[in-house]
Write a protein that binds this ligand. Structure first.
Ligand code: NAG
Ligand code: NAG
Ligand code: NAG
Ligand code: NAG
Ligand code: NAG
Length: 336
């Protein structure tokens, strides 16, 4: 399947997002000996004061509609001073079509931060069974409506030391739900080769954004593309007051400028797979619930649907993900 390689710079950060040919020749995107996809910041080049460092941003050409679940299994996430990775989703027109931040963190953070961003008025009403605490509740502010992961080892060195973990995001007309499991807790239903997942085994999500009278989510989210990128500095990691809370010097001069190693030796994703699942054809699509119906719900506007078994739409071609080409990287990343 196709990926879009974003060139240039969209987040005011100190990177040049390179094209596929450059990423391949500079070994910024490849399949390692374990068969996992590596996506990384350049750590082999000395960058001059005033220049940018090469990094990657890739986006699916496919759009995933309501009724889909996206799963990422990673063993390492990029981290370190100035490093700002994200695994997120957006509609074709950003920011108008909504943004879902599934994995995002900066600098030496050790907890993942999830968020929704909406162009119009949407306030997160945290349901009682959300596992992690909500932060900012107004989804149309610059920060978005955030939830900080409370399970340990969801970001940074701790994530890698625990063997990584799995995120699952349900994009549903009843709401948007994100689960996280550190490696020891990953449900066995995610085992290799299993073509279906049963969300009734998962327990409450880490972040739960139900449609409520305060937020008609379907108004703000079109079908979504998945994005993986690594920014450096920029308008979160590089804000001086935020940067200096855990890192020394200044974001750009103390990191981006100069030799890439050892500063960026941990600035890489190592991903086993990103799989997308869709509600299996035989199952009824849950009815669209509008604000009135959600408000009528006994549980304070909380209207998640029943549990559904979803099935992977298509098998990936066998063996492809162990080869070392960019096409193989794409297959390793996006099985759908
Ligand atoms: C980097 O360049 C800026 C702008 O030209 C200059 O102000 C600064 O002193 C330079 N810093 C270093 C460490 O070379
Ligand atoms: C949410 O934030 C937006 C943008 O700053 C603002 O216009 C709106 O009034 C806020 N809504 C609430 C309920 O605070
Ligand atoms: C496959 O997934 C289903 C649904 O979650 C589960 O019941 C089953 O045990 C899994 N099979 C394996 C081999 O893990
Ligand atoms: C919620 O949003 C959907 C999609 O834009 C729209 O069709 C529906 O009328 C909205 N419901 C309410 C109560 O505003
Ligand atoms: C760049 O980082 C990788 C680990 O991500 C490391 O194996 C490699 O030695 C580093 N490159 C250089 C030139 O140090």
């Amino acid at each position: 399947m196709g990926l879009l390689w974003v060139l240039g710079n969209l987040t005011l950060s100190n990177v040049t997002w390179v094209d596929e040919a450059t990423a391949t020749s500079q070994q910024l995107a490849y399949i390692n000996d374990a068969g996992n996809a590596i996506i990384k910041v350049d750590n082999t080049t000395t960058v001059a004061n005033g220049s940018m460092r090469n990094s990657i941003r890739i986006t699916t050409q496919d759009l995933y509609d309501y009724g889909s679940i996206w799963v990422m299994d990673a063993v390492h996430l990029p981290y370190g001073c100035s490093v700002w990775p994200a695994f997120w989703a957006k509609g074709p027109l950003w920011p108008n079509d909504g943004e879902i931040d599934i994995v995002e963190g900066i600098n030496l953070m050790n907890q993942n931060q999830m968020a929704l961003h909406t162009l119009g008025e949407c306030v997160h009403q945290t349901p009682p069974d959300q596992k992690s605490p909500s932060g900012n509740l107004n989804c149309s502010t610059g920060t978005g409506c955030t939830v900080r992961e409370s399970s340990p080892n969801s970001f940074g060195a701790g994530f890698a030391a625990a063997g990584g973990g799995v995120w699952a995001t349900q994009f549903d007309i009843s709401g948007i739900y994100i689960w996280f499991w550190s490696r020891p807790d990953v449900p066995s239903s995610f085992s290799v080769g299993n073509t279906s997942i049963d969300i009734s085994q998962w327990g409450p999500p880490s972040a739960s954004y139900p449609v409520t009278s305060q937020c008609n989510l379907t108004q703000f989210f079109t079908s979504q593309q998945l994005v993986i990128d690594i920014a450096l500095c920029g308008d979160w990691a590089g804000v001086p007051s935020i940067y200096s809370s855990s890192c020394k010097g200044t974001c750009y001069l103390s990191n981006v400028v100069g030799p890439g190693s050892p500063t960026y030796d941990d600035a890489y994703f190592e991903i086993k797979y990103v799989r997308t699942y869709t509600v299996s054809a035989g199952l009824p699509i849950p009815p669209i619930r509008h604000l009135g119906q959600c408000g009528d719900d006994a549980h304070a506007g909380y209207c998640r649907p029943g549990h559904e078994v979803v099935r992977r739409r298509r098998e990936p071609p066998r063996g492809h993900h162990r080869a070392s080409s960019l096409a193989a990287l794409v297959w390793a990343l996006w099985w759908w």
